[in-house]
Write a protein that binds this ligand. Structure first.
Ligand code: G3P
Ligand code: CA
Length: 241
């Protein structure tokens, strides 16, 4: 059965990467959540997609230029969900302790080299005893290799957007256990090869009904979607091809 992972939470219906979006994803019975982590000026881990706060809040500037106290004054909601704030990783983990969702934490280490981000995220995972529920992913594969060296038991995935040749071989060479691939780069032979190589392959971001059905029939391990409710329905009514 294809895993359904709510991309930035239920971000199709709720403000992305907020508690409202995560709670909704649990309500509609997603199997897991995906969310993104950055770090504040006072070295606190926060859940937000961009390096800057401009697109998703009423503020302006780099996440790394705000203290947590300053960030918490910003509104990360929408007209309908107007009281949402940028959550800390600790807040998300505190809430997740009450459910069984898989947690895919994307480390946004592509543009900014946050000091010891990998170590800090792993410490917090251990603090909450979530080692067996997390998958850490990044477009920066040096981060993935670093995580593997810190604790090889933590599941990791490489993120990529191109048609890499036999990426399971490369992923294994840096200790990653899964491929998180853009749907357009996921050729049938890549999906089939990953399945044969016994490496998990999850595709992002799959929102359209036809794509949901096609990829659910492709044998891939999971899909990331902004609309988990739609995906759950598609999975229930799936006709095998
Ligand atoms: O982890 C899948 C996906 O979230 C990667 O791209 O830009 O949505 O963070 P992005
Ligand atoms: Ca992401």
């Amino acid at each position: 059965m294809t895993e359904i992972i709510a991309h930035r939470g239920s971000s199709g219906t709720h403000p992305e990467n907020t508690m409202a979006a995560f709670i909704e994803a649990e309500r509609v019975k997603a199997d897991g959540l995906e969310f993104d982590v950055h770090m504040t000026k006072d070295e606190r881990l926060v859940v937000i997609h961009d390096e800057r706060v401009d697109r998703t809040t009423n503020g302006n500037g780099w996440v790394k230029a705000f203290t947590l106290k300053e960030l918490k004054k910003l509104n990360a909601g929408t007209a309908k969900y107007s009281s949402e704030k940028i959550p800390t990783l600790k807040e998300v983990f505190g809430w997740a302790a009450g459910n069984n969702l898989r947690l895919n934490i994307e480390l946004k280490t592509g543009l900014i080299d946050y000091p010891k981000l990998e170590e800090r995220v792993i410490d917090m995972i251990k603090q909450f005893g979530l080692e067996n529920r997390v998958i850490l992913s990044s477009f920066n594969h040096y981060s993935i290799e670093k995580i593997h060296k810190i604790d090889s038991r933590i599941e990791t995935a490489i993120l990529f957007m191109e048609g890499l040749f036999e990426p399971w071989k490369y992923a294994r060479s840096i200790g990653a256990s899964a491929l998180h691939c853009h749907r357009r780069a996921a050729a049938p032979e890549m999906i089939q090869g990953a399945v044969r190589a016994k490496m998990a392959i999850r595709l992002f971001t799959v929102n359209k009904k036809a794509d949901l059905q096609r990829f659910m029939n492709s044998g891939c391990t999971g899909i990331f979607t902004d609309w988990p409710e739609r995906a759950v329905h598609a999975r229930k009514t799936l006709k095998k091809t």
